[in-house]
Design a protein around this ligand. Sequence first.
Ligand SMILES: [Zn+2]
Length: 161
Amino acid sequence: MGSGSWQRFGTKATVEDSLGMSMRDFRGRIFLDSSGTLTWSGAGDSRSTVGFSVTWGDAPIITLKYRWGGEVVVRIPVHLQATPTQFGGSRWWFTCPLIVNGEACNRRVGKLFLPPGAKYFGCRTCHKLTYRSCQEAHQSQRLLGCTDRWLDSMNRRDQLD
Ligand SMILES: [Zn+2]
């Protein structure tokens, strides 16, 4: 993790290349003083791990902790938000912790990603991630539905930049 050497120039990072965590991965783990580790298996025997611990302010906060670039320890507090479900329960969401050009993203998302070479987890929009199938579709111009989504993400990228 963190070398980024295989990220080809001119190619956008994809969801498939990134470490991704879903709110589902934390099911049953959102309570005060909960902690644990998420592990991803990569090429060969390589593994990436991210530790987490849960604290509680007005709402739960998942603090992610991991090594980046071999030695730097990164800690990111990720605030959770709840939305009511139709059955009177609540569903938890991540709040994207990234700040892009001085503006906090704060998007409510079900997944956070760490693209190759990136230091912080964030939402797909902040990391400008696309899906590999869409990149191929964009290059070949065959799948219009995917191309549209690609253009949509490019537009949002322009706004963020
Ligand atoms: Zn974001």
